[in-house]
Design a protein. Structure first.
Length: 331
């Protein structure tokens, strides 16, 4: 299966998934996964991935592992989350995975499960005293900034280059870390990046970049978008203003709006190498289960796991898009 093989796994995860014993010969373990929300319209972690996509990814990953996966939908609601945790305690699950969204709620759930001696694996939002699996927003931002800096050095040497960071407010889901990483990656560019805050609205992102381009005619513009919606809005602005020759863009997330699938539009496509969207940094929320479930299984068996495991982010471009996300509906 290509999905997990394309990402670095911890030695623990690799050992568990490569065990010579057949799955039906191993003891069954009950693992609970409490998603922040299963809502197909709610985006998570400052990306375009939905709660439903995260849940489906866990369901797919569980099929090849010696465990029974119990799903809970916390619905981004404190009372529901606590009720789900108490139900899992009554069910006597062997491990509990919590995709958090609120620090206080996560801490309260961690206390309940700790009192019941049920190991907790936190995802996204830390739980005091428990291992954490999370995206590395600073690393993801740096990947994007470095890609833009390399393009500028290779194609626009000697030209006036203006770097722009475009997207939602920094106060949202660790976007300040993403911005810091982008700025670090862009250091070879001698101009300080300009921050264009879209308020989380792609239409405002489009308008903000149009205004910026109007004030910087004849200059080359590097756009580091904080999410894929902002990246696509930036492309629309460049197209509408006739500035496609002056703009290149890198997004964050690499959800289906970028890589598409069997019957969907594909911005990142081997046949679209001339796109001004150079690529998008993958967050793989739709594949979290392949990294998270081996850790939870080890915890259920009282084996040690790292205190923090980070997503191995990767820049997805037209050249490698079909390797990472094959043009078939694998889901």
């Amino acid at each position: 299966m290509p999905a997990p093989l394309l990402r670095r796994r911890s030695l623990l995860a690799a050992a568990l998934l490569s065990t010579p014993a057949r799955a039906d010969e191993m003891p069954r373990t009950t693992v609970a996964f409490a998603n922040a929300t299963d809502d197909p319209g709610t985006r998570l972690e400052g990306t375009g991935f939905t709660g439903a996509e995260v849940r489906n990814g866990f369901a797919l990953a569980a099929r090849r592992m010696p465990l029974d996966l119990v799903f809970y939908d916390n619905m981004l609601d404190r009372a529901k989350a606590l009720a789900n945790a108490r139900e899992a305690i009554a069910r006597r699950v062997d491990a509990y995975i919590l995709f958090g969204w609120d620090a206080a709620v996560s801490a309260e759930i961690g206390r309940l499960l700790g009192e019941a001696a049920i190991p907790v694996l936190a995802v996204g939002q830390s739980v005091p005293g428990t291992p954490l699996y999370a995206a590395d927003n600073e690393a993801a931002g740096r990947i994007a900034g470095e890609a833009l800096a390399r393009y500028s050095a290779a194609n626009w040497a000697g030209r006036t280059v203006m770097p722009v960071i475009l997207g939602p407010p920094a106060q949202r889901t660790r976007l300040d870390e993403r911005i810091a990483g982008i700025a670090a990656g862009l250091q070879p560019v001698p101009v300080t990046p300009v921050r264009l805050d879209s308020g989380g609205d792609p239409l405002k992102a489009d308008a903000a970049l149009r205004g910026f381009l109007a004030g910087h005619s004849g200059q080359k513009v590097l756009v580091a978008a904080l999410d894929d919606a902002s990246a696509l809005a930036a492309k629309a602005a460049a197209d509408a203003t006739g500035r496609t020759g002056d703009v290149v863009i890198v997004g964050q997330g690499c959800d289906r709006t970028m890589h598409g699938n069997a019957s969907e539009r594909k911005e990142l496509d081997p046949a679209n190498r001339g796109s001004i969207v150079l690529g998008s940094v993958a967050f793989f929320l739709d594949r979290y289960g392949y990294d998270v479930l081996p850790l939870a299984l080890a915890m259920a068996m009282r084996q040690p796991v790292p205190p923090v495991t980070r997503t191995q982010h990767k820049l997805i471009t037209p050249a490698n898009a079909f390797v990472v996300y094959p043009p078939i509906d694998i889901n």
